[in-house]
Design a protein around this ligand. Structure first.
Ligand SMILES: *[C@@H]1O[C@H](CO)[C@@H](O)[C@H](O)[C@H]1NC(C)=O
Ligand SMILES: *[C@@H]1O[C@H](CO)[C@@H](O)[C@H](O)[C@H]1NC(C)=O
Ligand SMILES: *[C@@H]1O[C@H](CO)[C@@H](O)[C@H](O)[C@H]1NC(C)=O
Ligand SMILES: *[C@@H]1O[C@H](CO)[C@@H](O)[C@H](O)[C@H]1NC(C)=O
Ligand SMILES: *[C@@H]1O[C@H](CO)[C@@H](O)[C@H](O)[C@H]1NC(C)=O
Length: 358
């Protein structure tokens, strides 16, 4: 009797296990089918062609990992939407190596401030200087109160922004970030839009290997001392390191260059940064793009402490976000732009915000 009861229970449990297993199998089968369907659409959308069956298998597995991250981020970050993008068949490591490229040199912030000493005498500096003087404090307060609750250079100026560009598989974000700020600055002051040569920065700022990454100071100093080709048509972007480095000697005679008088690293202060945007246009800024690959829209935030790996331009703000212009083409994010939260971990580093000076 006792034994019989026991075996009935065991059989019952076995039945439950088998049905559970069958459901799991069915679910796994459905999921896998869904993944294959999505992968097919993805390959079509982004014209992905793989050189072998093995590569395709690896890319499919990586794509499934990206789908998991998309689900996780959509659940965690309720203010933003994530979806399949051009980057969805790259591992996180590949993505960061191939499409970002901000490498902060191992020197102290103090060193960096001194490097930017050339700009210290410039008059642009004046309204960014905080003073302990009482009347100046009042003035500062008035300025802060007069800052609008939202701003977008695309609609509010100053000047015009160039269409979003695509750095491709080259860690040249630093070149796009700095030249983008210079283009915006020029447009703000002269009301003329430029397309400066990013490739020149990639080839000439460092001995070679600008696709391996770079940093703001080096690019701005170069534009200050050598100048940057005014019209990128004469030194076009090829999204890789040239086989031969810097091509300046091969440019046609009379090619025009644009030189800045200096640059400055802004104070880590929200109202200073906002005023600089309203007056001088886009700023160069360091960010953490680790979780940006599949960003689609909305206000991005992350729970992980940010690390610097990418550079973009800062072009505005809203009551609860900063507005950034990226260099991954206009099909990524909000037509090439991203909003990040202005509280908590946004992935931006306002202490690494730079502006050119002319
Ligand atoms: C900046 O440069 C000037 C002269 O070139 C020098 O007197 C001054 O000490 C420098 N300031 C810093 C912070 O390095
Ligand atoms: C800037 O130039 C555009 C045309 O390129 C013109 O419509 C606009 O009025 C100009 N703005 C200023 C402030 O001169
Ligand atoms: C750049 O140069 C090309 C070729 O001369 C010309 O067609 C184009 O209008 C120039 N672009 C700008 C922004 O001046
Ligand atoms: C700037 O010039 C490059 C050529 O290097 C071209 O590919 C790109 O589309 C131009 N960008 C804009 C905004 O006109
Ligand atoms: C920059 O400012 C923010 C906001 O005041 C602050 O939380 C952060 O610690 C500052 N970072 C640095 C490096 O000073």
């Amino acid at each position: 009797m006792w034994n019989k009861q026991k075996s009935v229970v065991i059989i019952f449990i076995l039945i439950l296990l088998v049905t559970g297993q069958q459901n799991d199998n069915q679910n796994n089968f459905n999921k896998k089918h869904q993944h294959h369907k999505k992968f097919k659409v993805f390959k079509n959308t982004y014209s992905k062609v793989y050189e072998s069956k093995e590569v395709e298998q690896f890319r499919f597995a990586t794509f499934v990992e990206n789908l998991k991250e998309i689900d996780r981020l959509n659940a965690e970050v309720t203010t933003a939407q994530f979806d399949i993008s051009f980057f969805s068949d790259f591992t996180k490591e590949e993505f960061l190596n191939l499409f970002t490229g901000a490498h902060k040199p191992a020197m102290s912030d103090q060193d960096q401030l001194q490097n930017n000493n050339n700009s210290n005498n410039q008059n642009d500096q004046s309204n960014n200087q905080k003073s302990s003087d009482k009347s100046n404090q009042n003035e500062q307060k008035q300025i802060e109160e007069s800052i609008p609750s939202s701003w977008d250079i695309r609609t509010d100026g100053p000047g015009l922004l160039q269409p979003v560009e695509n750095q491709g598989q080259c860690g040249s974000c630093w070149a796009f970030s700095t030249s983008g700020a210079v283009e915006s600055y020029y447009s703000a002051k002269k009301n003329i839009t430029l397309n400066l040569s990013k490739q020149q920065l990639v080839d000439c700022v460092y001995d070679h290997g600008g696709c391996d990454g770079g940093w703001f100071n080096d690019a701005f100093k170069y534009i200050q001392s050598v100048g940057i080709v005014l019209n990128a048509t004469y030194y076009p972007y090829i999204n890789k390191d040239q086989t031969e480095p810097c091509q300046l000697s091969k440019l046609p005679k009379g090619t025009s260059f644009y030189q800045i008088q200096g640059y400055k690293k802004l104070e880590n202060d929200t109202s200073v940064i906002k005023q600089a945007i309203m007056q001088n246009g886009a700023l160069s800024i360091a960010v953490d793009a680790t979780y940006w690959a599949n960003y689609k829209s909305g206000i991005f935030t992350q729970k992980e402490k940010p690390q610097i790996n990418h550079a973009v331009t800062l072009i505005g703000w809203g009551s609860d976000y900063w507005l950034l212009r990226n260099s991954w083409g206009s099909s990524w994010g909000e037509q090439g732009y991203i909003k990040v939260t202005n509280t908590g971990y946004s992935g931006i580093f306002p202490q690494y915000t730079y502006s050119p000076i002319k």
